[in-house]
Design a protein. Structure first.
Length: 134
């Protein structure tokens, strides 16, 4: 009588590839779902603080060390910035401005700009800083 050999068991598929695919898809999802903020103005070195709550500065008003006002990379003045901001937010909400000033800007000029913003109808002015490394 002739003996036939048993067929070899099929090789098990490796599950590592499926795991890599899932991790890759999660990476893509979180890259897309994460909030992207516009980059800071390259001519601005932010004021450093020891303790501060992290805050993103989208649509911030930037002030260079020379006192020049910039919004989204373009030179502007307080009246134009406030009118653009009020058109974007609507008149129902009180205006809130994030002010990112260069650390070399004199404090007297910063106070003048805040006063101009308040006179233009801005209810809240937040100064954007960066946390100092210790």
């Amino acid at each position: 009588m002739m003996r036939l050999s048993r067929p070899l068991p099929a090789r098990r598929r490796e599950t590592t590839i499926a795991l890599i695919n899932v991790v890759f898809l999660m990476l893509i999802f979180f890259l897309i779902a994460g909030t992207l903020t516009p980059p800071l103005d390259k001519d601005i070195d932010l004021i450093k603080t020891a303790t501060a709550d992290p805050s993103d500065p989208p649509n911030a008003l930037f002030v260079t060390q020379d006192g020049e006002l910039r919004s989204q990379g373009q030179a502007t003045d307080v009246a134009a910035f406030v009118s653009t901001l009020s058109a974007e937010t609507g008149e129902e909400e009180p205006l809130s401005v994030k002010l990112a000033a260069d650390r070399e800007l004199p404090a007297t000029r910063l106070i003048e700009i805040v006063g101009e913003l308040r006179q233009a109808g801005v209810a809240k002015v937040s100064i954007v800083t960066e946390r100092a490394t210790q």
